[in-house]
Design a protein. Sequence first.
Length: 220
Amino acid sequence: MGRNKLWRFEINASRRNVIEEGKEIFSTIKGQWRPYFENTNDLVLELGCGRGEYTTGMAAEYPHRNFIGVDIKGARMWKGSTVAVENNLSNVAFLRIRMFQLLDFFEAGEVNEIWMTFPDPRMKDQDEKHRLTNVEHFKRYRQILKPGSIFRLKTDNYPLYEYTLEVLKNPELTISELVHTDDLYQNPGLLAEHHGIQTTYERKFLKEGSKINYLRFRLW
Ligand SMILES: C[S@@+](CC[C@H](N)C(=O)[O-])C[C@H]1O[C@@H](n2cnc3c(N)ncnc32)[C@H](O)[C@@H]1O
């Protein structure tokens, strides 16, 4: 492992806003997010947050909501954690887990909104079980969300966008108010919803000429 990565891991270990294995709070945080933030405000998750541009960007814009970036990669998370510390964003936390563990870290109905930003598409058939927008993952997201809360997805990957729209037709999921576009930057109505925030991967994909797909709906 590179020295830079190790150094970032050491800093994460000392940071209150990084919740990861090895810290006492890792086993006690479920159902305790509001006491952790010392308020009773909404919780918004950014799943697969990487460096957490939505987590920190939205936290600065909405000081009366709490934002939690979830990812397994600690070195990326260090960046978002650092931005939060440098900007005194006390409404930000990062949770280092794999997505299938979500139910161990959030009570049913504890979460008020989910953003998923540029998940790895994993479009090979044998990888569907790892795809973060498969039915099983959506059933998990539904459990931790307050019924009828908003779920948003931004992706450069058109097959993943189409796949996700198909998954949402599954009778085991109840959704409403679905809106979507395969070209966010040409859709002024929906563009307003992205808050002008671009993630690291989004900037890379835009440079390569990709269109950005976006969808938003309520999940019951
Ligand atoms: C393509 S990156 C996007 C990162 C960031 N959202 C962005 O747009 O720059 C996908 C991220 O999802 C995370 N990820 C993928 N599968 C995951 C899983 N099962 N559990 C936790 N994180 C996962 C990866 O670690 C990675 O940081």
